[in-house]
Design a binder for this molecule. Structure first.
Ligand code: MRU
Length: 342
């Protein structure tokens, strides 16, 4: 496989490396990954994360194993195991299905080419999303975002954050309100790291402070990513997105979901069919990362910890995809279904 470089995953001289997102922002550790078990563990621990990127990482790993001489049965089993590593982001399933289809040709080269194509396509999708989204906004927009949807979550510039990078590139000087994103702090640890690295003006707030910003007219629009979009436009994203959508709706602030077509699941009729990952209670009882670990709740406290929530289509102003920007009417008329047919 040729060398492929992204912000948090790279294939270099025959080895696959993952930038450990659990250790960011204080440590930038590149970890080698050379087995299905290691990749599954990294995906579950969110060392590699973000809907598009887990699909890309799992595909590169399979291609690497093929080059190392794994046989068809091992690769098929590996693809199925990786496919099940996390249940909500449909990108992972789409990527593994593409790899499984390639495997049927019983040709290692085809598998490697598919992984390379998945990586390169993700970069192009981010670019198209960014072009589409940036056309919606003028100069000096104050944009609120949740979780991390940028260079750490994709092979390219990102989805919601990709739009923001494009605005900056166009000289429109956006300001970003960054939701901290409890419990795993993807906003506080990762989005802040990225925005600082790329010189984008931003302010960090706890998730429960967003309401004040929206009420006080300090936010021009909310931009979030997605892990799976049902064909009626309902979508799953990092937990806390739904609360944000309700707040934006109440305060009449435009609310956009930003994603590649690979996040659309036409087999899901609506949000109730999206499987939601439930995670370990320890993530809510305390916090851990490169800064160490703190536990504040009694160890036997019962915890509710869904990793994602579902936002109904009725709360969405527009769906910014690589294929265009869709309104509620267009979604109701089957725009997402047409996407699959295309
Ligand atoms: O649990 P995570 O950090 O993988 O969740 C990520 C998100 O919810 C993102 O918003 C989504 O995957 C889109 S990333 C372009």
């Amino acid at each position: 496989m040729k060398d492929l470089l992204a912000t948090s995953v790279k294939y270099e001289q025959g080895r696959l490396w993952v930038l450990d997102q659990h250790a960011l922002p204080h440590q930038e550790n590149w970890l080698p990954c050379d087995s299905v078990d290691a990749m599954v563990a990294m995906i579950k621990a969110l060392q590699i994360r973000g809907a598009p990127l887990i699909g890309v990482g799992a595909s590169l790993l399979l291609a690497h194993l093929a080059e190392q001489g794994a046989d068809r049965e091992q690769l098929e089993q590996g693809a199925l195991t990786l496919r099940a590593a996390r249940p909500t982001a449909v990108n992972l399933m789409h990527c593994m299905d593409r790899m499984l289809t390639s495997l049927k040709q019983n040709d290692r080269v085809a598998l490697v080419r598919t992984a390379e194509a998945i990586f390169e396509e993700d970069i192009k999708l981010c670019n198209r999303i960014a072009e589409n989204g940036a056309a919606l906004f003028g100069s000096g927009q104050r944009l609120l975002t949740h979780c991390n949807t940028g260079r750490l979550a994709t092979a390219g510039a990102g989805t919601a954050l990709g739009v923001i990078y494009k605005l900056a590139e166009q000289g429109k000087a956006p300001h970003v309100w960054v939701d901290e994103t409890r419990p795993l702090l993807q906003g506080g640890r990762l989005t802040t790291w990225e925005l600082a690295k790329y010189g984008i003006s931003h302010t960090l707030q706890c998730d429960n402070m967003a309401g004040i910003l929206l009420r006080d007219g300090k936010v021009d629009a909310v931009l979030v990513g997605a892990d799976r979009i049902a064909r009626n436009g309902d979508f799953a994203n990092k937990v806390g997105t739904y609360s944000l959508a309700v707040l934006a709706h109440f305060h009449k602030v435009p609310f956009y979901v930003v994603a590649p077509y690979t996040t659309v699941d036409v087999d899901c009729a609506d949000g109730t069919q999206i499987p939601i990952e439930q995670r370990d209670g320890a993530e809510v009882q305390g916090v851990s990362g490169s800064f160490g670990s703190v536990e504040w709740a009694p160890a036997d406290t019962e915890v509710f910890n869904p990793a994602f929530d579902v936002t109904p289509a009725a709360l969405v102003t527009g769906w910014i995809l690589d294929t265009g920007i869709y309104s509620q009417d267009e979604i109701r008329n089957g725009a997402l279904l047409a996407l699959e047919a295309a």
